[in-house]
Design a protein around this ligand. Structure first.
Ligand code: NAD
Length: 306
């Protein structure tokens, strides 16, 4: 398959490399010129459990030279999805597809404002990656990648199956779902209960469990999001709040992606995570004061970076 990855940071580079190693024709697109230069000069270096390998890859900062692709994968941070969707539209021609595996709510809707909804696929991934520097990433962990058609009409399911097969052949543990919104909410709940708390306080995921008050804050944020999901007709697991704390324990040593964004003085995805819960709550006549407070704290923090 002919694939473009728009946003070739930690995750985009990783997914692009794994798809290229399986024989797909892949071009990485990123606005970060130094990273693009490093990949073209020496390939992408992937570190995994202390072992490093290099994958030859094509990268560019100019989507104009890429040509038409079968699949554009959007892996920018949620704050840049609208711009990436415009790039995707310019690449997919008459029949191409756009896939988002980003965190947060709203990415697929933003893409579907630019590209016909029947061409949009969405999902989540349990893979983890960290950017180490230009042309260098760490593959931090793996798990299943869930995807499905964004359109509620049956027309998209064949396309989703085709893309899922390409991912499976590239070694991804791939799950095709009929209800991609449920998958996105499931991942959102984990981000809601971990990211902002760790970002504001500077702690690692597992430290959420150190104090009863911190664990209770996580539970309260997740409980609000669960109520919103249910009011919107999305099925979520009964034990969602406890499940989030289990994830925090299993990933105890990790600093959340939002925590890393704050550490590196980058804009966070707060608006697509806790901010989205507040917006979605209002749409269904609920309130989400815990999420509102967490969102306000992270927004304040990122507005005042030195
Ligand atoms: P990242 O910051 O490492 O990479 C994003 C890249 O997008 C950067 O290289 C940036 O230069 C590029 N970019 C920004 N605007 C662009 C544009 N208009 N066109 C092209 N490139 C552009 O982010 P990441 O950690 O790879 O995360 C990407 C998404 O995946 C996020 O939604 C994140 O929440 C999600 N995610 C991340 C992980 C993880 O372990 N890192 C795991 C699961 C999901």
């Amino acid at each position: 398959m002919n694939v473009a990855v728009i946003g070739a940071g930690a995750m985009g580079s990783l997914f692009g490399a794994l798809l290229a190693e399986a024989g797909n024709s892949v071009c990485l697109i990123d606005i970060w010129a130094e990273h693009v230069r490093a990949i073209n000069a020496a390939g992408l270096a992937i570190e995994r459990e202390g072992v490093s390998r290099t994958v030859p890859l094509r990268a560019t900062a100019d989507p104009g030279g890429v040509g038409t692709v079968d699949l554009a994968i959007i892996f920018v941070k949620a704050t840049h999805t609208a711009a990436a969707a415009e790039t995707a539209r310019s690449l997919i021609g008459e029949a191409g597809l756009v896939l988002t595996l980003q965190n947060g709510l709203g990415n697929a809707d933003t893409i579907a404002e630019v590209v016909a909804e029947r061409r949009v696929l969405a999902g989540t991934t349990a893979h983890g990656a960290t950017l180490l520097g230009p042309g260098r990433i760490r593959h931090a962990g793996e798990g299943s990648t869930v995807m499905g058609a964004w359109s509620r009409q049956p027309e998209g399911s064949g396309d989703a199956r085709r893309v899922a097969e390409v991912f499976a052949r590239a070694g991804f543990e791939t799950v095709l779902t009929e209800d991609v919104r449920q998958a996105l909410w499931g991942k959102l709940l984990i981000n809601v209960g971990i990211n902002a708390i760790t970002a504001v306080t500077g702690i690692r995921n597992g430290q959420i469990l150190d104090l009863p008050a911190t664990a209770e804050l996580s539970r309260a944020a997740v409980a609000e999001a669960v109520a919103v999901a249910r009011a919107r007709g999305v099925t979520v697991r009964e034990d969602a709040a406890e499940h989030v704390l289990t994830v925090a324990a299993v990933t105890a040593a990790n600093r959340s992606s939002m925590g890393q964004d704050v550490d590196n003085r980058r804009l966070t995805e707060i608006d697509a995570i806790n901010g989205a819960v507040v917006r979605e709550a209002r749409r269904v006549g609920l309130e989400a004061p815990v999420n509102q407070t967490l969102a306000a704290l992270v927004e304040t923090l990122q507005a005042h970076y030195r």
